[in-house]
Design a protein around this ligand. Structure first.
Ligand code: FE
Length: 336
């Protein structure tokens, strides 16, 4: 009886167009409403059914590890180069083998081993109180200058954004310089590191933080939506795209890769290639105010308002691989 029921279900499944091309299982640590539109648009245009599991990146990676060769994950999506590097170094990904990825994504925004690619980028900026700061820092290095003693707010050093920023300094200047930088910034802090990036921006408006470090889209979100404690006073916040005269502004990524034990490799590749279509890039860019990675697609209006900038062209995988060293350095200098 049960067997009959199962084969009936299988027949219906095979006959339904949504199943015609099979399925793809997405493990994603991004949870933006607009990602829903991405998934349904992909389903409609390909007939491939999207099954998705959304959770914290570490939970998803642990799940992929424990599933092992019986893996259910096809595509792993996460934010931050450090996280995707951890997945890659842990053997959780496999080469994408996609000409589309190689053609559309600049080499510094995908891994050298072909195991993952950026799908969007985010810039880490310096923000300041226009009323209180006459000479805002122009570089990340300036943040360590004693003239800014007691003026800087950041989130905690264990946050991946902070690890990746220090990772980029390690990659550019070496460990010793990175340690001096971390110690210098720690000595300039206005308060113990706390909260998320929005809280750093709120600190400027409340007067607690003359200078703050945050990703660009938290500011853009304050322009686009009504964000408590931010939108009302946002005119007071000045913006610096750091290191324009030198290495360029540090950018991080949202990234995708094909799971090492993916049961549906072709569909996984098709999904990643879909993420690089103009339509998907637009949805991603407008969803979280990130920068598209594919040329010819524009960022959201609130993001374009921030202006053009030169980005650091260090391969994002390189600083992603330095996250352990970065955390060790932060710990050594007592950066909370
Ligand atoms: Fe964020």
């Amino acid at each position: 009886m049960q067997r009959h029921l199962l084969s009936a279900i299988a027949l219906i499944a095979m006959a339904s167009p949504a199943f015609a091309q099979g399925e793809v299982n997405i493990y994603s640590s991004r949870h933006y409403d607009t990602d829903d539109a991405l998934y349904s648009d992909f389903e409609e245009s390909t007939g491939i059914t999207v099954n998705r599991i959304e959770d914290d990146a570490n939970v998803l990676m642990e799940r992929m590890r424990s599933e092992g060769e019986l893996g259910a994950a096809d595509v792993f999506i996460t934010v931050d180069a450090a996280r995707i590097a951890i997945a890659d170094n842990g053997g959780l990904l496999q080469p994408m083998g996609s000409e589309v990825v190689n053609e559309k994504v600049p080499a510094e925004l995908r891994s050298a081993d072909d195991n993952w690619t950026a799908i969007s980028t985010r810039a880490r900026l310096i923000f300041f109180d226009k009323d209180g700061v006459e000479n805002p820092p122009q570089t990340y290095q300036d943040l360590a200058d004693p003239q800014y003693e007691g003026m800087i707010c950041t989130r905690s050093s264990s946050n991946t954004y902070m690890l990746s920023l220090l990772g980029s300094i390690i990659a550019h200047e070496g460990e010793e310089a990175a340690r001096e930088w971390a110690e210098g910034v720690k000595n300039n802090l206005a308060r113990d590191p706390q909260g998320g990036d929005t809280d750093q921006l709120r600190g400027i408006i409340s007067g607690e933080c003359p200078i703050a470090v945050a990703n660009h889209y938290y500011y853009a979100r304050g322009l686009r939506n009504e964000v408590a404690g931010l939108t009302e006073g946002i005119d007071q916040i000045g913006i610096v795209f750091p290191n324009q005269e030198t290495t360029g502004t540090h950018v991080n990524i949202s990234a995708a890769g094909i799971a090492a034990n993916a049961p549906n490799v072709d569909n996984a590749r098709a999904f990643i290639e879909y993420l690089l279509t103009p339509r998907a890039q637009e949805l991603i860019a407008n969803g979280n105010d990130e920068y598209p990675v594919v040329e010819g697609v524009e960022a959201a209006p609130e993001v374009l308002e921030l202006g053009d900038f030169k980005r650091d062209e260090l391969n994002v995988g390189e600083f992603g691989n330095f996250s352990d060293e970065a955390q060790r350095i932060y710990n050594e200098v007592g950066y909370k």
